[in-house]
Design a binder for this molecule. Sequence first.
Ligand code: SF4
Ligand code: SF4
Length: 370
Amino acid sequence: MAKVNPGFLDKVKELGAFDISACYSCGNCTAICPLSTEEYSFPRMMIRYSMLGLEDKILSGPELWRCYYCGECTDTCPRQADPGGLMMALRRYTIRRYSLGKIADLFYNGTSAAVTWLVLTVAAIAGIAYFHNPNPDLTKVDPLSFITLDFLHYAGIVLGVVIAFFAIVQLAVMWRSLHKDGIQATLGEWLRSFWDILIREVFVQKTFDECADKNRYWAHLALLWGFLGLFLATILAFGIDFLISVNSGLKIVPHVIGIVSGLVLLYGSGYYLYRRYFIKDSYSKYSHHSDWVFVWLMFLAGLTGFLLDIFAWVNLPWPAYITFAVHLVIVFDLLLTAPFTKFAHAIYRPLALWMSETYSRKEKEQQAQA
Ligand code: SF4
Ligand code: SF4
């Protein structure tokens, strides 16, 4: 029998501005949703489960992660219950719920979030202030004369291990929630659907493209590719420094990738900031503070990465070094907290889609054989 959590809806309400008490179950939202299917039906079902406190039912299905918050259900709800807002709040709740040691709670309560971000930022600034070289190269821009390659190398390894540890453990928690007993897929079947989801739902985000608002789709894609591009540029730059030479002409490659990716990331994050500030439609009329922080950090990471490459290009050492320090602080905040903040949807959504795709294929195969 399904377990009931009587306080469930109150906890979810802390994370959104929806009003599903107004819902009279007409089903219009599910009918209008471009992403709801017969197999995975939402958001009305999620509303019923939320009202009944059936938290486990919500957490054990992929429906939450099949919603991209296009807002079409909210726009057409005759009772202004904001079902899209509920779906978004449920995803915030899920990120908290999967978090190891309830660390994510720190980022979803206003006061504790402000204190946590402040402590992390001060710690990052103190680290850079302590480890930087006060006499960097002023004849030409060389960020590694300001912060040494060894420091970045070891700090990067520690950061990577911490992030990977939390991400893997939390994904394992989600795996347990979504796991279906009785459906056995082979390794080859898991790998095939993994590859399909990676291309279709991560790199191309085809399902998101089915929402009517194409501007949000392109901006979301730009966020992903801009971030991946900057990440690649960073790895290439350090790889060249480490394995070839800090003066290698090959560094033009990460410079160009960095500038292009920085611009792409600025477009994506800038678009979402613009929507939240200036267009008060059903998608952007309410933003939780965790959304604001994530989008601002993305924007600032893109802006400082882009400016750093520009200052290096025109050879302005001090502006470049100061921008580099600010960029490192922002990237530290963004990456260290990734498993606990809105950023975590970048791993939870693909896992949910991957598992549901594998199970769905297997169930269809079993039905065809029966
Ligand atoms: S459209 Fe509105 S009233 Fe109708 S089921 Fe959905 S949330 Fe409830
Ligand atoms: S916000 Fe969009 S994708 Fe999500 S449930 Fe509503 S209509 Fe469907």
